[in-house]
Ligand binder design. Structure first.
Ligand code: AMP
Length: 193
């Protein structure tokens, strides 16, 4: 089964992807994680990506599609893929469809994690505070200004994917505001139902 976790920053995509990895032997493909890794590569591309991410803007379609293409080519996902934070634009969504077709695969479901914007902002700023209090690194884009920009990018460029996947009959809405376990159960029900 190949699925997308869709939702604004802070909706819990990464957390829920982790659960699906444990429970269903799926492979998580997070473009955010891949880009954070690329950022530390010391290359010119890494430096440019770091700047774009810190501002809360989206990196180019070309870069993220290339990252996903590489991962799909290396294979190894017996339980299927969870796309986390990808696609984020309609061009990325089209590219993903083509890539999966090329690998003889397809998309089974798109889980939209629905959350309220005020809760989101609180969650992300708390994530930064908790990390700082525990002496852990704080994400460079977990501050109020970048967060506003990330939300804006989500509504301008990513939210049209809700209609896109609805029209394809793949969209399943899940209330993302509950406890982690409750949300995980709802996702399971949406996938198995
Ligand atoms: P995330 O960890 O998914 O919140 O992503 C962190 C940042 O990485 C985003 O704010 C973007 O700057 C960048 N990013 C991650 N995934 C994508 C994507 N699919 N398209 C463009 N930029 C992305």
């Amino acid at each position: 089964m190949n699925i997308i976790l869709l939702g604004p920053p802070g909706a819990g995509k990464g957390t829920q992807a982790g659960r699906l990895v444990d429970e269903r032997d799926m492979v998580q493909l997070s473009t955010g994680d891949m880009l954070r890794e690329a950022r530390t590569s010391g290359t010119e591309m890494g430096r440019r990506v770091a700047e774009v991410m810190a501002r809360g803007d989206l990196v180019t379609d070309e870069i993220v599609i290339g990252l996903i293409e590489e991962k799909l080519a290396s294979g190894g996902a017996s339980g299927g893929y969870i796309f986390d934070g990808f696609p984020r634009t309609l061009a990325q969504a089209d590219a993903l469809g083509e890539l999966l077709t090329r690998h003889g695969a397809s998309l089974d479901a798109v889980i939209e994690l629905q959350v309220n914007d005020e809760v989101l902002v609180e969650r992300i700023l708390n994530r930064a505070k908790e990390a700082a209090a525990a002496g852990q690194p704080v994400r460079a884009d977990d501050n109020a200004e970048s967060l506003r920009q990330r939300l804006l990018e989500y509504y301008k460029k990513t939210s049209p994917l809700i209609g896109y996947y609805y029209a394809k009959g793949l969209l399943r809405g899940v209330d993302g505001l509950g406890e982690i376990d409750t949300v995980a159960q709802e996702i399971s029900a949406a996938l198995d139902g």
